[in-house]
Design a protein around this ligand. Sequence first.
Ligand code: PHE
Length: 467
Amino acid sequence: MTIGTLTKGTVVADDVSRHGMWSSRLLFVLAATGSAVGLGNIWKFPYITGENGGGAFVLVYLLCIAAIGIPVMMAEVMIGRAGRQSPINTLRTLVRDSNANRSWTIIGWMGVAAGFLILSYYAVIAGWAVSYTFRLGSGVFDGATGAHTSQIFDGFLGSPGSLLFWHTVFMAATIFIVARGVARGLEVAVRYLMPILLILLLGLVGYAAIYGDFARGFEFLFSFDFSKLSWGGTLTAMGHAFFTLSLGMGAIMAYGAYVPSKASISTTVFTIGALDTAVALAAGLAIFPIVFAVAGLEPGDGPGLMFVTLPIAFGNLPLGAALGCVFFLLVSFAAITSAISLTEPVLTYLVERYDAKRWIVAVVVGLFCWLLGIGTVLSFNEWSGATLFGLTFFEVVDYLSYKIMLPLGGLLIALFAGWVLAKRIVVEQLGFGEGTKWQLWNAAICVIAPAGILIVFAYSLYETFAS
Ligand code: PHE
């Protein structure tokens, strides 16, 4: 037994994975949504939108989700299901079946590396959310103003000991769940807790609409002024489309390996993409109206944005302390269901490679990620002055993973699925026949996605070096 209510699969037959299978299509949608919806939606989307000027950035992000993210996600599920093993071994098998060059397995290896890098800092930020669960519960934010919440957040960031403590708590919880086999945990988290999170988020949008400057917040998110968006910002939007959908590093490929053969890939993928986008936009609509209504807060305030704005709402609402505590608890759960999926590609590979026990592999992987995460902890205090090309350790890890490795992984996945993978496998997996739907997907994966990714890469490189 490994993930969710995966039923144990002992033989590696064509239609069963040795790591288990999702018991239904719904379970796959829940697990993949659990992977997709996380800090990327609630923490990262608002702050990078703020840093990149708002509407135009949001528009490019939405375009990237629709034209690149959705087709690539279909490709990942398809590849995973066709191979039914860890991403690395799945690629090996498919390369053999399609008589292709073995170098394509690099997709799997790069994904493992990206997963490591992302999890190392993801656990640190998720630790902030866990700590805020307790802080809100304690009532320190009652009646809070912007100055008050900023001061508390800055004090927190300035203390490496506290950050390390919460980083450890989150990483330990993740590894514990991963090691035990997620059993029913993942299913409960996604089936019940995610809807509550969405309802609370909508409630916060309501608060922002009444007490915040909703008109300005809305306008910031949805009226586009392209003069505010650079090519670097476009690359951020594209990288974020991959990050938020958990694409480009094999997480969805690994989950795809457990999808029942009969489930429709396109319907499930559209559902996941729509839910993920809805959560991100709701988070934006909850946060920006508060930013514009409160003196001293700016949209471009950076990674702390969610932690300085939302406590103001909770501090001034009836029952706010309790609501805020529940909200940050749910954000922590959303983060854990994403963190679990970050470990799946490397975990399944090591289990296959060494025939190792899942829990031993989980502990070893967790320890390495935890160690790497200490660099991120220190980036906000002791090492804040130590920079490489002007970026702190956290910023370097973040940049490498989501602006370079995920889009590059996505590019290779698109090229592999579109140009290399035997057509019979593709047609059989997608189940579209060869009609209009297939042609649309084929155009997106063979041309639109690769061209889009290359253009954004090329122009942002040009911009960086020309300036
Ligand atoms: N999609 C997750 C989020 O938005 C992060 C993630 C990225 C998870 C890549 C898995 C793989 O928080």
